[in-house]
Design a protein around this ligand. Structure first.
Ligand code: ADP
Ligand code: MG
Length: 326
């Protein structure tokens, strides 16, 4: 039987050395994150800008080396992969980034863009590749004739379709989508999201879906993790999460959902700004902005642990039995 867990991260850290005002410091972009992603699910990662979502995605897919910790994908420790192993892994796990404008080489025709992964992985004959390119274009809702055009001839939504076709070309099992619609017009965001969800079904994919938009995550994800200053503060099934979040930060995020820019809404609910990840607050990182923080929150970082059956959070005072208040 195949393992239901496709990706498993344990105590993953990514620290960036930085210099501020001549002094050396560390940005703890990801600080001790553990999570399991179940085969076939859409796993969301949410949190405000700068909380470490993209960095987490990068280290989980070994696009950047981690500082500490382990990532297991399909039973294999990613840090132990040699060149050949890494190449195989790159076929299994693909990435769709936020910005479809900079992700495409302006000098390359779309057909060549989509064909590229076949060449890298030495798949198929030239003729077969051409056929596959046409099939992929159709799969993502584009026209076969589009293969002879250049990126600048396409809208943002169409470009994201092209990038999706390229990601699918090598038949991956896993796709990291890092804010895949955030750069697109609101009017076409839903189309691209629907395409991604249709493809997930057709191709039996697993998604790691990074977003600051809780509305989208609520709509498409099965489970989610909430990040705050490099740490996961809560993981839960989406339905349970929205019905009754356990972490005060989660509650604030949910309260801000209907508003377009989460930062604007959050500033109305939370005190102050997100502190610097170079000098995060002691204890619980969230305590300076938390309405229910006690003395212990200033002194001691809460452990990330099971608070209710299947519900994990890092909080000294989780919101248990407060669903109605949320
Ligand atoms: P998010 O995707 O949630 O907006 P990021 O993962 O991009 O957050 O960034 C998390 C933190 O790490 C931020 O403070 C960011 O400035 C910092 N960071 C990201 N990449 C680097 C880097 N290469 N060097 C130094 N700091 C970085
Ligand atoms: Mg990001």
């Amino acid at each position: 039987m195949t393992d239901p867990i496709i990706l498993s991260a344990r105590n993953v850290k990514k620290y960036y050395p930085v210099k501020t005002l001549g002094k050396k410091g560390l940005v703890k972009a990801v600080d001790d994150v553990s999570l399991d992603i179940v085969r076939g699910e859409t796993f969301g990662v949410v949190g405000e800008s700068g909380c470490g979502k993209s960095t987490l995605g990068k280290v989980l897919l070994r696009l950047e080396d981690l500082t500490e910790g382990t990532v297991i994908f399909n039973g294999q420790d990613l840090s132990g992969l040699n060149r050949a192993g890494l190449k195989t892994f790159r076929k299994q796990a693909q990435v769709i980034y936020q910005d479809p404008y900079s992700a495409l080489n302006p000098k390359k025709k779309i057909g060549a863009v989509i064909e590229e992964p076949f060449k890298i992985h030495r798949l198929f004959t030239k003729q077969e590749r051409q056929k596959k390119v046409v099939a992929l274009l159709e799969k993502v809702g584009l026209h076969p004739d589009h293969r002879d055009r250049y990126p600048h001839e396409f809208s943002g939504g169409q470009r994201q379709r092209i990038i999706t076709a390229r990601a699918l070309s090598v038949s991956p099992e896993f796709i990291l989508a890092d804010e895949p619609v955030s750069a697109l017009d609101v009017s076409i965001q839903a189309q691209v999201i629907n395409l991604l969800m249709d493809l997930k079904k057709e191709e039996s994919l697993t998604y790691l879906f990074i977003s600051h938009d809780l509305g989208v995550v609520k709509h498409i994800c099965d489970r989610l993790a909430v990040m705050y200053l490099g740490r996961i503060v809560e993981t839960a099934a989406v339905e349970e999460f929205f019905a009754a979040p356990l972490h005060p930060y989660s509650r604030a995020l949910i309260a801000a959902v209907p508003v377009v820019d989460p930062r604007i809404a959050l500033s109305a609910i939370l005190e102050g700004d997100v502190p610097s990840p170079i000098n995060p607050p002691d204890g619980c990182h969230f305590h300076p902005r938390c309405s229910i923080a006690g003395d212990i929150c200033r002194r001691k970082a809460p452990r990330f642990e099971e608070k209710l059956s299947g519900r994990f959070a890092a909080c000294h005072f989780p919101l248990i039995n407060q669903g109605e208040a949320a």
